[in-house]
Design a protein. Sequence first.
Length: 64
Amino acid sequence: MSETGTPRDALPQDARQPQEEWPPRDWRESSRAAGRRQALYVALGMAVIFAVLVVVAIWGAHNG
């Protein structure tokens, strides 16, 4: 029991209503898709940068 005489695990009156989801389901689903797309862009960008560095390294080795 707490100082007010109510049990510590007593729920507030509004807790009987179902809690709304946070963040909302549609926002989570759209941001999940956006996250995958962003990860794809980052991976493709890294691959392009790596390819450019390989080409520059080969060119530099031949033209030392």
